[in-house]
Design a protein around this ligand. Sequence first.
Ligand code: KIV
Length: 270
Amino acid sequence: MVSVRDLRAKAGEEPITMLTAYDAPTAELVDDAGVDVVLVGDSVGNAMLGYETTVPVSFDAIAHHTSAVARGVEDAMVVADMPFLSFGSDEATSVENAGTLLKETGCEAVKLECGPHTVDLTRRLVELGIPVMAHLGLTPQHVNQYGGFPRQGTDAESAERILDLAREHEDAGAFSLVLEHVPSNLAARVTETIDIPTIGIGAGPDCDGQVLVFHDAVGLSEWSPSFAKRFGDVRGEMESAVSSYVEAVESGSFPADEHSHEEAELDDLY
Ligand code: KIV
């Protein structure tokens, strides 16, 4: 089982790999490929549940998908993403929700989309024994405030804010930091400034690790962001398999003899 300590030891020595998964068979496949961390991202909302954003994703949905992923994983660390408003409005509810994920789903850590409001919460969760992965840069739960999904940290002032928040979350005890959609020179600067591992998505090559949404990485998404790379064409394969099935049923070639069985004693039934 990959632990918080293993990840810290890997940082700067070997790249850390992280992918999302939302169900047991995918999690098993990702784990078997040797990925270090499986993230049950609130990207489940876009990738699996048909939402335009992650805002509608519920706490129960994350708990449900995290339990499935944990059942599929043997070696990787499983991290559950805390969905919009399941944390941050008050400390007691945030602690209770993070604790429920750890106690009831089989994950080993939670991820928080961070800002100034999550520094004290990170400290409290860590004090209580709940490992926290921080997330800075583009935090998609703020989509309505951003008015879209723009790059972050593109001027000196906002880059400085991200750097300060990275330090503050490290001091508060976060064990790693996701940096999303920020300039690669800012990500490099954050990575050399803090000691905890940085994991980038759209943040260039100098982070300690990389993360992608599974559907983008395997080529299953209809649309993917410019910073994602498709390493396969699973969507094309699925389309072709489903069309072949429809054709086979419509033409009568499926089911064939080898997919059917007869019982001789039933021949005289009528
Ligand atoms: O929800 C998610 O999948 C994420 C990753 C893209 C980091 O937050």
